[in-house]
Design a protein around this ligand. Structure first.
Ligand code: DOR
Length: 428
């Protein structure tokens, strides 16, 4: 029997209302006890001064395999997740081939089982080839283990197709994850439309391109009774629409990415293509609304939208660069440094947004330290200060606008099913 005893850490398990300096015992990959002064013959991890919480769950990751292994693959992406404190990730279907059929979804699960180091759940496509025209075989995707459907990276522009998708998904109780972007308004846009897009001479993507589609999807969720989850919310307008919809009892949830909580469109002035992301970095006014929505329950979870790219896709003119930020390895530090240490979000709330709440959005049986649950545990050292050094990432994508920044509060250890997978950012 293998035993692991995590001793003297501040255990925060929001699902069970625990926030206490206490011990945690893992036996054979299962959480066996959470109690004071546990005594057991076990490998001991001294967690004094550290935060011990359920393994972090990221419901929005791009693993790029199959098809774009030069950007990321399941081996490198899951190592990036573990180094970043995540024990469970859900991967988006914009691969080649697209995850729009059972065989590709099964391939991803099989590869994750063989080469992955964290739990991986595939997200299937809403439409075939993510073209927004014909529905993908959703029942087949579910049978192959998909936990949701999404055309992420592409908006489903046809309201009729989206309505059909919602009606169909509802029969299975399946969430539809919506990338909200009115492409007629956003096309060829490089950054947020506003003062800085004019100043920098780049074509803008207006906030309403997002708000219009959020509004449409809320109306369709109300009509169909289906569950719509809004991906990477980035505008004040979207937050206000979602808050109102929730008050009305419409089944809508949403996520926000760390970069949309911390960086504004002003930094695009460096013309560093690592600041190019979709939806684009917005304004301080949007950030204020997003942070308020983290604490009042409007935003359900933080998700990385980890979008790794190869050098060639980013080392070019701003107009030609790919959209996306490699986010798995900086998410915790960005949130700890910019949200927790500044007093903007309390630690219990932050842990909730990274564990039980994302798990609940996709109905994953994860995100708690329940006795008898698989022992997925993340330990965070709130005091560690480290610089972001992309060429030390496990991700193949070094595209991060946080490069060189000194951040405070990093994952110390990632434990998956009772096995220590990462320590101090190093995969074991
Ligand atoms: O910036 C982004 N990158 N936004 C998306 O929606 C897609 C993603 C990607 O796949 O690179």
């Amino acid at each position: 029997m293998t035993k692991l005893l995590v001793k003297g850490g501040r255990v925060i398990d929001p699902a069970n209302g625990i926030d206490e300096v206490i011990d945690l015992l893992v036996t054979d990959g299962i959480i066996a006890a959470v109690d004071k002064n546990i005594k057991a013959a076990a490998e001991v991890i001294d967690a004094a001064g550290l935060i011990v919480c359920p393994g972090l769950v990221d419901i929005h990751t791009h693993l790029r395999e199959p098809g774009y292994e030069y950007k990321e693959d399941i081996a490198s992406g899951t190592r990036a997740a573990a180094a970043g404190g995540f024990t469970t990730i859900c991967c988006m279907p914009n691969t080649k081939p697209v995850i729009d059929n059972g065989a590709t979804a099964s391939f991803v699960r099989e590869r994750a089982r063989k080469s992955g180091v964290v739990n991986v759940y595939p997200v299937g496509a809403i439409t075939q080839q993510q073209e927004g025209k014909r529905l993908a075989p959703i029942a087949e995707l579910i049978a192959a283990g998909c936990v949701a459907v999404s055309d992420d990276g592409q908006a489903v522009m046809s309201s009729e197709v989206m309505k059909n998708a919602l009606e169909y998904a509802k029969m299975w109780g399946l969430p539809v994850l919506s990338h909200c972007e009115d492409k007629n308004l956003s096309h060829n846009g490089q950054m947020n439309e506003g003062y800085y897009s004019i100043l920098y001479g780049l074509k803008g993507i207006p906030a309403v391109a997002e708000d219009i589609m959020v509004s449409r999807d809320i109306l369709l969720a109300e009509l169909t009774g289906a569950h719509v989850h809004i991906c990477h919310v980035s505008t004040r307008g979207a937050v206000e629409l979602i808050r109102r919809a929730k008050k009305k009892g419409i089944h809508v949830t949403c996520e926000v990415a760390p970069h949309h909580l911390t960086l504004t469109d002003e930094i695009v002035g460096t013309y560093d293509t690592d600041t190019k992301v979709n939806p684009p970095l917005r304004t301080g006014n949007d950030i204020e609304a997003l942070i308020a929505a983290l604490s009042d329950g409007t935003i359900d979870c933080i998700a990385t939208d980890h979008a790794p790219h190869n050098i060639e896709s980013k080392d070019c003119e701003y107009n030609l660069a790919a959209y996306g930020i490699s986010g798995l390895e900086t998410a915790v530090a960005v949130c700890m440094d910019w949200l927790f240490h500044t007093g903007k979000v309390n630690i219990n709330q932050l842990i909730k947004l990274l564990t039980i709440q994302p798990a609940e959005v996709l109905r994953l049986n994860r995100g708690t330290l329940d006795i008898g649950a698989e022992a997925d545990i993340t330990i965070i050292n709130p005091e560690t200060k480290k610089q972001v050094v992309p060429n030390r990432f496990y991700s193949k994508g070094t595209n991060t606008p946080y490069k060189g920044m000194m951040l405070k509060g990093w994952p110390y250890m990632t434990i998956v099913k009772g096995r220590i997978v990462a320590r101090d950012g190093i995969i074991l």
